[in-house]
Design a protein around this ligand. Sequence first.
Ligand SMILES: Cc1cc2nc3c(=O)[nH]c(=O)nc-3n(C[C@H](O)[C@H](O)[C@H](O)COP(=O)(O)OP(=O)(O)OC[C@H]3O[C@@H](n4cnc5c(N)ncnc54)[C@H](O)[C@@H]3O)c2cc1C
Length: 386
Amino acid sequence: MYDLIIVGAGPAGLSLAARLAQSPLRIALVEKQSEAALVNPAFDGREIALTQASIARLKELGAWAGLNEGETAPLRRADVLNGSSPFVLDFADRRSTEALGALVPNSALRRTLFEVMKGQAGCDLFAGESATFVKRDADASYVRLADGRVLAAKLLVGADTRFSSLRQSQGIGAQMTDFGRTMLVCRVRHEKPHDGVATEWFDHGQTIAMLPLNGNQSSFVLTLPGDAMQHIGALSEADFTAEIEQRTQRRWGALSLTSPRFLYPLVAVYAQRFTAPRFALIGDAAVGMHPVTAHGFNFGLASAFLLGREIAEAAREGADIADPLRLARFERLHRRATFPLFTATNAIAKLYSDERPLARLARSAGLRLMQATPGARAVVEASLRG
Ligand SMILES: Cc1cc2nc3c(=O)[nH]c(=O)nc-3n(C[C@H](O)[C@H](O)[C@H](O)COP(=O)(O)OP(=O)(O)OC[C@H]3O[C@@H](n4cnc5c(N)ncnc54)[C@H](O)[C@@H]3O)c2cc1C
């Protein structure tokens, strides 16, 4: 019997395994994807904006050191634009000259976290295996792998995407918001420098983000209603480039595509509970954020650390690692850390994609109010630092 089964070797599941590296616990990590795909994850277009708090956590895990030169790019400031208004609301770390955070490809995070996990004693990897919940008794939770083997552990952790089947198997519902929009992400080279500034531009009928990468390159992020995106995703490279130059009004000068394009339908998810007897949820399976405030993995990493601390402490004391009081504390702290921003993010995403005149007026007023209220801006800046 294992102490812990983690289902899902995405960034959150890997982070939890790595967080427990120094413990004597026996861990089973189950992942649908093959080991080859985990060793060398394919680029998926996502550039993850990490807060300084997340960078510190990745350093603590030993994962930051595994990133290659050129895989991290500093994020110095974030500017928010509204339609054709010249007004710019900016967020920065005003207490120091430190960057707000850094951008790292999701594939690089998966690779470096996997390398940490592979070097770890006491963690068995079951790759190329899908896990299904079987049952729970007083001592353990049980899962069945696709090849028929059954694994048991004192605690089962679901880190199996925002559409978590383990969450469902526990009878845990989730608040799901389908925004009816799709996000297109790809890398572009541009003529004008970005100066390390991320731009979020809530334009009429579209949202554009440019996230600064190394050199004169950025991650171009376009959000449109799902049907409009079908057409754009299918354009030839030349037509696509012309289309996005026109959509960005050449704010960054001429653009050229430097990566494939990836589409992500936007659905935000918040689990009604994060725990059940001998069970816990972390990562997107607990809180699946709309990417506009760039907090999904930052929260996923925080959840791995919060749960990891409870498990490690219980193990040190020789107590049950699935102690209901400890699971309840994890749930309370993670909910407190995530629910306000989850709710605010959904409200922002809805307000800034609503083209009715009243909504346009409200967002323009909202940005100016934020600029004029240093306290409110400081709260957002603190959340961006983590
Ligand atoms: C376009 C985009 C931009 C983003 N930008 C940011 C950003 O700037 N900052 C930020 O913090 N976050 C960002 N995010 C969010 C971030 O990518 C996610 O929060 C993070 O990847 C979630 O990690 P996870 O490990 O919880 O889940 P996932 O990455 O979904 O991994 C789950 C894993 O579980 C496996 N799995 C599922 N079911 C089973 C099963 N039954 N058995 C075995 N294995 C299973 C899957 O194969 C997968 O490998 C962005 C997301 C998108 C889409």
